[in-house]
Design a protein around this ligand. Sequence first.
Ligand code: PGA
Length: 242
Amino acid sequence: MNIQIFENEKQVHEACAILFAAQLIENPESVLGFATGSTPVGAYDELARMHDEGIISFFHASSFNLDEYVGLEQDHEQSYHRFMMKNLFDHVDMPEENIHVPYGAALDPEVEVLLYENAIAEAGGIDLQLLGIGVNGHIGFNEPSSSFSAETHVVDLTPSTIEANARFFDSADEVPRQALTMGIGTIMNALKIVLVATGENKAQAIREMIDGPINPACPASILQLHDNVTVLLDLAAASLLQ
Ligand code: PGA
């Protein structure tokens, strides 16, 4: 793992955006893997700025998001599809047909996950995947004890994730109980991965991911076996590293 520690969050966001910009400049037809959550938002702002300034274009690129809540329509206020439109795609030139987020309101989620995995394969696989990390070490919605080889699948969210995400809903009761997520196998197939984490509340998960054994109790620990992972941290998130 290539671990880079920055003094503050802003520098983490800028470094992350630079990696995606470099990927687009090197290969305008890149297949990009995107993530939701609060951590990537600053990087998306930077990418939108670089796009505005004519430094990068997404016109020939395509994207696959990690996950989506089961049961939410694309335009639901808390859907990850809407999040991505609002935070990135409404501000850049990626054609709508190139944007992929698992369809949470699919009649049959079990079919949707197969279609999603096939679409990734048909696009030639993901060139650069962005990841956040949960306080419990999850990546995407791959919660502790997930299979390290799983493809895109339907998952039950753990109480800690429901609690962590309740801040976006009126109450924890409104947080969907299931999600569609790329599996850890899908994520590990990406050619390059960049994981971003900021803040003290991620320090323990980051420590387990980097210094701990590879263990399903910390799903992100499997990234130790990927040969092209860049981890971008602020001082707080890196504070428990040995
Ligand atoms: P966060 O979520 O960026 O909102 O902390 C990260 C995650 O749960 O993967």
